[in-house]
Ligand binder design. Structure first.
Ligand code: 5GP
Ligand code: ZN
Length: 121
């Protein structure tokens, strides 16, 4: 569980996990943290982040794949708890500049509570 302590001092999401920047917590366990996006793009917009500084999906490998799988179990639980599972929801991870990733710490957006526009995905 030493991964839990591997933070990047300059990373906004590492600071949020440590509590150095305030956030509205939705869920937390020893491996991941979920909080409401500061600039919501849907009525429900939650970010799920690992408690280790992984830059993006591009850094997912056999060493952290169990962690990422766990994050999806958490995503499904949060969606149920937020009442999104009946209407549905979108899970997005932007990876790198072409995808307009703005925070280089792996995160999954959970977006729901409205009918999404078609397009992109
Ligand atoms: P990305 O563009 O990297 O896929 O998503 C980054 C997300 O982080 C954006 O939706 C942005 O609104 C959110 N965000 C950036 N800084 C903060 C912050 O300090 N607090 C919270 N709650 N969300 C943030
Ligand atoms: Zn980080």
């Amino acid at each position: 569980m030493s991964d839990v302590l591997r933070f990047d001092d300059n990373c906004v999401f590492c600071k949020i996990i440590k509590g150095d920047i305030p956030s509205t917590k939705v869920y937390e366990d020893n491996l991941c943290y979920a909080f409401r996006d500061i600039n919501p793009q849907a009525p429900t917009h939650i970010l799920v982040v690992p408690k280790v500084h992984i830059t993006s999906v591009a850094e997912v490998d056999r060493h952290n794949e169990a962690l990422v799988g766990h994050m999806f179990t958490v995503i499904a639980k949060i969606a149920r708890d937020e009442g999104l599972d009946e209407g549905g929801y979108r899970v997005i991870s932007n990876c790198g500049p072409d995808a307009c990733q703005s925070v280089p710490h792996l995160h999954f957006h959970i977006l729901g509570g409205k009918k999404m526009r078609e397009g992109m995905v």
